[in-house]
Design a protein around this ligand. Structure first.
Ligand code: AMP
Length: 305
């Protein structure tokens, strides 16, 4: 099957306790495409400027990411600069330059309109809505967002939420959105506003999924060394949704819990190097091998003994 993603395609400048990278390939749709492309076919919708290296667009095509919907606009490519503290927690945004995204009017290629699965990665919620207007009854739609949009465009974020099956947020976004510190209450606030399921990402502490018969919680997949957490959220969504899309699985809570294991694994690859470096050569075989390791670290069956 295939999954369509609309999101940012960016040149990021990143500072983490492990070092710095300037104008490096990034963006929510790129992280998603590179990780999900190993699990299913990805179709990307976005825009870059003429300053975007053409070899990166060609590279995406070699990684099972269809770029017919990635247009070249007038103006600079979207740029984002983020800094991480010693705990590798949430990034502090130093600058966001929308560039070509400020005037972007997404127009889906004809072949994209019937894509069965849709991921609205982090981007202006008004652009997310414009894409939803053009897709033809997908079997599921998932959505991501961030503090910037909740701060400045909350009504539009809520409008998109009404139309999606699943929402990804991190803990601080869940609190910001709902106005409550208690994450279970925040989850209930979200579930009353559209999505059937919500995935609340807890960074190094793992993830929790709500919307099923009972909450589902899972720790993060351990990595030897964290280098750069950028894209962890997008790669998590990629593992989870790429898996679900690839097996043609319905969006049931049971399938979501299976997908979460893939998400935890793909995110663990993303954070082990700067920018998208670790995802450039990621293979399905590596994902499956680490998944087996990850499942064994949890040893959930032993708890019953
Ligand atoms: P994550 O760490 O998973 O939240 O995603 C990081 C990516 O999000 C970076 O590659 C940025 O280019 C991108 N990003 C940061 N701010 C924004 C924004 N306001 N809109 C869209 N993408 C953004």
């Amino acid at each position: 099957m295939s999954v369509l993603v609309i999101g940012s395609v960016a040149l990021d400048t990143l500072t983490t306790p492990a070092g710095k990278a300037e104008d490096t390939l990034g963006g929510s749709a790129v992280y998603f495409g590179l990780a999900a492309g190993q699990l299913d076919n990805v179709r990307i919708v976005g825009v870059v400027g003429p300053d975007f290296p053409i070899k990166e667009k060609e590279f995406l095509q070699t990684r099972n990411v269809n770029t017919e919907g990635l247009t070249i606009g007038r103006g600079p490519t979207f740029r984002w600069e983020g800094v991480y503290g010693p705990d590798f927690g949430d990034a502090r945004t130093i600058r966001t330059e929308l560039g070509v995204f400020a005037s972007f009017e997404p127009e889906l290629p004809e072949a994209y309109k019937k894509t069965p699965h849709v991921f609205l990665a982090n981007i202006d919620p008004e652009l997310q809505l414009k894409v939803l207007d053009q897709v033809d009854s997908p079997s599921w739609i998932a959505m991501d967002t961030m503090n910037l949009w909740i701060d400045h465009k909350k009504p539009s974020v809520l409008e998109v939420m009404k139309k999606v099956d699943l929402l990804f947020v991190n803990a601080s976004e869940a609190r910001q959105l709902s106005g409550t510190n208690d994450l279970f209450r925040a989850g209930r606030y979200i579930l009353k506003r559209g999505p059937k399921y919500v995935i609340i990402k807890l960074g190094a502490n793992g993830v929790m999924a709500l919307g099923g018969p009972q909450p589902f919680l899972l720790p993060a997949c351990p990595v030897k060394k964290v280098v750069d957490p950028t894209g962890a959220g997008d790669s998590f969504a990629a593992g989870m949704l790429g898996f679900l899309s690839g097996v043609g699985g319905e969006l049931t809570f049971r399938n979501i819990t299976r997908g979460i294991c893939y998400g935890a694994v793909t995110a663990s690859f993303a954070i082990s190097d700067f920018g998208v470096e670790a995802l450039r050569s990621l293979s399905r075989k590596e994902i499956d091998e680490r998944l087996a390791f990850y499942l064994s670290t949890n040893q959930l069956d032993r708890v019953k003994e």
